[in-house]
Design a protein around this ligand. Sequence first.
Ligand code: LLP
Length: 419
Amino acid sequence: MHHFTYRDNRLFAEDVDLTTLAEEVGTPFYVYCEATLRRHLRIFADAFAGADALIAYSVKASSNISVLKVLASEGAGADVVSAGELHRALIAGVAPEKIVFSGVGKTRDELSFALDANIYQFNVESEPELVALDEIAQTKGLRAPIALRINPDVAAGGHENISTGKSEDKFGVPWSRARALYAMARAMKGVEIKGVDVHIGSQIDDLAPFEAAFKKVATLINDLRADGCVIERLDLGGGLGIPYGEGATPPHPQAYAQMIKQVTASLGVQLIFEPGRMIAGNAGALVARVIYVKDGASRRFIILDAGMNDLMRPALYDAYHDLWPVVKNTDASEAYDVVGPICESTDRFAKARMLPRQHAGDLMAIMSAGAYGASQTSQYNSRPLIPEILVSGERYAIIRKRPTVDEIMDGEAIAEWLC
Ligand code: LLP
């Protein structure tokens, strides 16, 4: 559920009229509903009410500091994957004891920074990372709290580009090496084993792969305990799918929670979750303006002022996003290819999509763009990053401004021999 609704055929984000907003801030822009962010976090938290659970929002999904502040005010922690994300989480006021650090390639500088920040847990993804963390922590006279991210060799459905839990994927330590690596970690003075971590992919719309992976990890915990390890925490990552269009029915967080409670009931561990998309996805939309409607030889194109650099998901994963006219008209529907202005054939948001007749100047909302939208943008074609707007009731705030042309080139320099 989200807070984008039509009132008298005009699309609103909470109580803000998107037509007016577009006139005030210019297009294209991202808009997020604070009410939806809060609601989704509460739904997830409520599903685990009564359990010892930490919800560490996956910052990569939507990393704007205001978004993080909203979620932190609801009690969320943060799952970060870089020094940049850790900085953001700290600036937003996320308590270090609610921050976990994931990622397959943490640099020594990043490990050092996170140790100094006193974060809750490092999710270690390889033997060399374990060795590096141990060394760095020892030089600081610290012990790094760790979980090893286990690759359970479970296929997670969804698009293959966002599946991470198969043995051929780069993520995590191989299932067959897990016990040996825990034994190695036990002997290290710079790390302290706290738990086990698993994350199998994203936009997973079926509980079965989660259950298969989590059951495997539960047996591992029993084995590790038999080996003498103290395992207090189980980080189950993120990955729960969301509805991208009508008719999609991903599992409800309640069903997900019920399955997890069953699988983990006898383990006596703190549960950690890293949801991203489930919190932010349907809280956001990308609002763009139609530049031209163009008749090709065999197709009719809507050319928007937003491009694949602003929202990469369709180009990267063939992702489906609903397209809602910001002002509804009653004209007959036609099939359109909805594209951006970028010089790439994959710069396309929809193919042969049925939409009421569109005209130059009309506004279009690309729905469910709150996760992996603004956080994945680029300035390709020297297009400025587009603004992000946070709405709360009747209020709105520009939480990332559109850079000027000069700012796009800021940081570039002309080599001295070219001057
Ligand atoms: N934890 C880890 C270690 C992750 O790698 C991810 C996502 C998450 C948590 C959050 O997963 P979520 O709950 O959002 O599914 N750009 C792609 C998705 C990439 C997901 C990367 N990792 C997309 O737009 O579909």
